[in-house]
Design a binder for this molecule. Structure first.
Ligand SMILES: Cc1cc2nc3c(=O)[nH]c(=O)nc-3n(C[C@H](O)[C@H](O)[C@H](O)COP(=O)(O)OP(=O)(O)OC[C@H]3O[C@@H](n4cnc5c(N)ncnc54)[C@H](O)[C@@H]3O)c2cc1C
Ligand SMILES: *[C@@H]1O[C@H](CO)[C@@H](O)[C@H](O)[C@H]1NC(C)=O
Ligand SMILES: *[C@@H]1O[C@H](CO)[C@@H](O)[C@H](O)[C@H]1NC(C)=O
Ligand SMILES: *[C@@H]1O[C@H](CO)[C@@H](O)[C@H](O)[C@H]1NC(C)=O
Ligand SMILES: *[C@@H]1O[C@H](CO)[C@@H](O)[C@H](O)[C@H]1NC(C)=O
Ligand SMILES: *[C@@H]1O[C@H](CO)[C@@H](O)[C@H](O)[C@H]1NC(C)=O
Length: 487
């Protein structure tokens, strides 16, 4: 059931209510539109404001020509999945030769254009996971999520990455009694798990429940019935991932941006008995003993086997960065990041840029897919925004936070979209591609990659190097399930 008051808020947005100061984000230097292959990365994606200015490695080609040697690894995709895989491989063994192909500029996929949250959240489904997979596997999933976020935080701190990383209090806000009661029960259940299985359940992120008036006072938002707070982070994800790429480059990674892989071919094993793959690109063919797909929602286009499973569904997510006219810097309402699991548009979220940040005072609003009849699924084109969704995202902040908090007008700083990827069970697809010796994947992060991908890459690297998944790897992430689902 949707809250009628919030529905009213959402359906009341009208063009005249948004700012006169609409300024559209400029496009990146135009790619060759006529070279677009449906399902593959679009040559001319809209730019996110994280990518302004472009990073110094944005258009890097380590060698001007594509190298002809056979690499130990060819990694396709330079998002967090590909970047973390390269870095973790090279940290284990600096002797490895690794080539990375990126269709567009470095980290320009979902990783360079997301909402900026690095927080857990899927732990809320722990009861459902236990019913489906049993307690041990369910707890592995929950632990991977928290460990992944903690690892990202450690990475940023260890390497002193300047990506606007913030530790924030994050909240899930509820508008319906039914959903809030379920959330409270989940928190209680989670606490019971923490006490009963202290070694298997992270102890470092306690949740606080806010009920009724206490929640409304804290968020100054009259429609809220309750909230659950815990700790999370916000960041410029583009800069975090570019830092992973730069560290890998310093250890010998060969990065080839603006080089799209168009097909894969398994060759007979090399003279050394190792697997051997040829990857065709628009600029020629490259060779590797192992190939890693880190291609997120574009995976089915490149790999017909994955496409035939129909297990990986691409989707398009959208964000607006807006600037309230009120001075929000001393208003605590804007110092927290919020997600709305039961909002009418389905899973909206908001992040305010912190004081001192280059984007101080901006508010990033994400979500709104529910306004599209297809929920923006089965779309791989990130060269256009959806205007209907943009209208909602640009105006909803002032309506929900109230004029006293927000001010009279809203400046639209930027709108952008990115391509995500969903599986029916909500989990990434990580490991060896069945029946294709030397082909590996860590794909389809279900719109939650900042909390899944870094640890998935760790598991993948362990599988590729040690020949076995680590003990903490959750079985439900296995690649084989994409094929088993059709059996
Ligand atoms: C608008 C938006 C908001 C989001 N908000 C959040 C959030 O707040 N928190 C969160 O945790 N997650 C969020 N996500 C999801 C998160 O960004 C992704 O799950 C994560 O970045 C996926 O990382 P990845 O490396 O697997 O894929 P990507 O970052 O998409 O990288 C895949 C790369 O592969 C390249 N590629 C694909 N095919 C080929 C090919 N054939 N040849 C060469 N290169 C190829 C692509 O160009 C791309 O750069 C959001 C996503 C979007 C789009
Ligand atoms: C653009 O792509 C088309 C189709 O691949 C190709 O024929 C054409 O030469 C390209 N143009 C430029 C300027 O690269
Ligand atoms: C971390 O980075 C900041 C800004 O780039 C710099 O001022 C600082 O000296 C760095 N600290 C360390 C320990 O490297
Ligand atoms: C906003 O308010 C803070 C203190 O409340 C002040 O330091 C800052 O200068 C103000 N910013 C603007 C743009 O007025
Ligand atoms: C955006 O969503 C609307 C409806 O919500 C839909 O009709 C339209 O086709 C979408 N636009 C694009 C560019 O996909
Ligand atoms: C996805 O979109 C393509 C065309 O863009 C269409 O051919 C296909 O049937 C769609 N698949 C689903 C599952 O809707």
């Amino acid at each position: 059931m949707l809250s009628t008051s919030l529905l009213a808020v959402c359906s009341s947005f009208v063009p005249s209510a948004w700012s006169a100061a609409v300024s559209m984000a400029p496009l990146v230097s135009p790619g060759n539109e006529s070279a677009y292959l449906p399902g593959f990365p679009h040559p001319n994606p809209v730019k996110s404001y994280w990518q302004d200015p472009p990073h110094r490695i944005a258009n890097l080609r380590t060698t001007p020509e594509l190298p002809s040697e056979t690499f130990d690894y060819v990694i396709i995709g330079s998002g967090v999945s590909g970047a973390a895989t390269a870095l973790k491989l090279l940290q284990r063994n600096p002797e490895l030769s690794i080539l990375m192909l990126e269709a567009r500029t470095a980290a320009s996929g979902a990783s360079g254009r997301n909402g900026g949250h690095c927080k857990t959240g899927d732990w809320k489904q722990v009861k459902e996971w236990i019913e489906e997979y049993g307690e041990d596997e369910a707890l592995k999933i929950g632990k991977l999520e928290q460990d992944c976020v903690d690892d990202m935080a450690n990475f940023v701190r260890t390497y002193n990455v300047s990506s606007g990383w913030q530790d924030v209090e994050t909240a899930d806000l509820y508008f319906t009694k039914e959903q809030f009661e379920k959330a409270v029960a989940t928190v209680e259940f989670q606490r019971e798990l923490e006490a009963r299985r202290p070694h298997d359940v992270p102890q470092n992120n306690p949740r606080t429940v806010w009920e009724g008036q206490a929640a409304r006072d804290y968020w100054k938002w009259p429609q809220i019935l309750g909230a659950v707070t815990y700790s999370g982070h916000t960041q410029n994800p583009y800069l975090t991932v570019c830092a992973m790429l730069e560290l890998s480059l310093a250890k010998g990674l060969n990065l080839q941006t603006n080089t799209m892989a168009t097909s894969l071919k398994q060759m007979s094993t090399s003279s050394s008995g190792k697997s051997l793959w040829e990857v065709s690109t628009e600029r020629g063919t490259v060779k590797g003993n192992k190939v890693v797909l880190a291609t997120n929602g574009f995976t089915p286009a490149l790999h017909p086997g994955f496409a035939s499973t129909n297990f990986l569904e691409p989707g398009r997510s959208q964000v607006s960065a807006v600037h309230p006219s009120a001075n929000t810097s001393s208003n605590p309402v804007f110092r927290r990041s919020n997600s709305y699991p039961d909002s009418p548009s389905g899973g909206d979220y908001i992040i305010a840029r912190a004081p001192g940040d280059v984007h101080e005072g901006d508010v990033i609003y994400g979500g709104g897919q529910q306004f599209s009849p297809t929920r923006e699924r089965n779309i791989t084109d990130d060269s256009v925004i959806n205007e209907t969704i943009a209208k909602y995202l640009r105006s909803i902040g002032r309506l929900t936070y109230g004029y006293e908090n927000w001010g009279e007008t809203t400046e639209v700083v930027a709108d952008w979209v990115g391509i995500t990827c969903y599986t029916p069970d909500g989990f990434p697809v990580v490991g060896a591609v069945p029946g294709e010796d030397g082909l590996w994947a860590s794909v389809c992060m279900n719109g939650h990659g900042m909390a899944w991908a870094f640890r998935s890459a760790e598991a993948l690297v362990e599988m590729m190097v040690e020949g076995e998944a680590p003990e903490w790897f959750p079985g439900p992430f296995r690649v084989e399930r994409a094929w088993e689902a059709n059996e």
